[in-house]
Each structure stands twice: as C-alpha cells, then as structure tokens.
Design a protein around this ligand. Structure first.
Ligand SMILES: [Ca+2]
Ligand SMILES: [Ca+2]
Ligand SMILES: [Ca+2]
Length: 210
C-alpha cells in the first residue's frame, strides 16, 4: 500500500492495455478548489475541504472494498473500507480530511488529495483478482477548479462532465461550461434546482435539500 505508482494513465496501459475498465463505480464529482467548510469540521482548510465523489450507476449494490483513489503524481489518496456498500443510484463523497486520515493510518506522507487548482487528474482504481484496473479517471482544467466550483457528471455516473457553478458562475467559453447547478457532495448531481446566488456557503446549499 505504501508503494508509489506512476502516473495513472501510464500504469493503466501497462496493467491492462486498455482504456478505463467497465466498472461498477464511477468518478462523479470533484471539488478541487474549495473556499468553504465543505467537510463540516467548523473551519475552512484548503486540503481538508477538497472532495471527490463516486457514484454507482447500478443496477446492483457495489462493495467498495478494493477501490482506491490516486492522484496523477503517483500517490494513493484514499482506500474505501472493506464492507462498505453503495446502493445503485447513490453517491458517496470522500473529503480531503478523510484522505489525510487514511494516509496517516497507512503510514504514508499526508498530502490529502492534492487536487491542483491549475488542472489535475483524479484516478479511481479497482483491485480485483490480483489485477489493478483503472475504473475511471478525469482530468480537469483550471477553470473547473475555481472557488467552490465542482466539476461533475450530468447525468450521474455516465454523463458528460460539466461545471457545477451555482456558487461561482463561469461565464467563459472554454469547455466544459457551467450548468448553474450547485455542487452536491454525497448526493446525485442531477435533478437539483439552480441556485440564484452568485456566492454562497455549503450550509446555504444544504438548506435547499431539506
Ligand atoms: Ca473544513
Ligand atoms: Ca486544491
Ligand atoms: Ca454530487
């Protein structure tokens, strides 16, 4: 577990000779440049409040043991607990604070997700039957990683990547474009109403789902 890996796409080609495997779990939403207390620990911190969300598109429940996240520089950033399950149509968020705690428990250097604000790649791996498969990967651009903008799939799990920019609208022309929807850590990305405020807090966004 302590072994560093090369850039994930290179390793994926080496391991499988293929593009990302057809897996039961997808990367679904990424908050690379948080400006709010997203993990709810009472304070903003640029590493602890980053987050990565995965989604199970179905049809069955997925056992998350054996799935790991890495960054593109060769560092494992989080391993899902064996025995954890995710129902079809459900999303699960992992905050930077959880990544730091997991790395500490593994005796690894504690960098968290290291989601660079000038663009980066996130990789989702699956260990299965002695093989390491790249389940999903997403490379985002600088404009996707600005204060409290997330980048995510719409529809969930299988859709194209868009910017969820309700808290910090993107009015440029580079793809992907903003969709005016709020970031939704731990909740499906689709089907939530646009948020009119230009800048807001996560507590304000959460209020929309009560
Ligand atoms: Ca926080
Ligand atoms: Ca960041
Ligand atoms: Ca979401």
């Amino acid at each position: 577990m302590r072994t560093l890996i090369p850039a994930c796409l290179v390793l994926a080609v080496w391991l499988t000779g293929l593009a990302p495997a057809q897996a039961a779990l997808s990367l679904n939403e990424i908050m690379a440049d948080p400006a709010s207390d997203w993990d709810g620990d009472g304070e903003y911190e640029y590493r602890r409040d980053e987050w990565v969300e995965v989604f199970n598109p179905g049809p069955g429940t997925v056992e998350l043991g054996g799935y790991l996240l890495s960054d593109n520089d060769g560092l494992w950033t989080y391993g899902f607990d064996p025995g954890t399950t995710l129902a079809a149509g459900s999303a699960l968020v992992v905050f930077g604070s959880q990544s730091l705690a997991w790395q500490q428990a593994q005796g690894m250097p504690q960098y968290g997700f290291r989601l660079h604000n000038d663009g980066d790649t996130v990789c989702l791996w699956q260990f299965v039957a002695g093989d390491t498969l790249l389940a999903d990967t997403h490379t985002y651009n600088t404009h996707e990683a600005d204060d409290d903008r997330s980048t995510g799939r719409n529809p969930d799990g299988t859709g194209e990547w868009q910017i969820f920019d309700a808290l910090n609208p993107y009015d440029g022309t580079l793809p992907p474009l903003g969709n005016g929807l709020p970031p939704t850590p731990g909740l499906p990305n689709s089907g939530n109403p646009p948020v009119p405020a230009r800048k807001g807090s996560w507590s304000g966004v959460k209020g929309l789902f009560r």
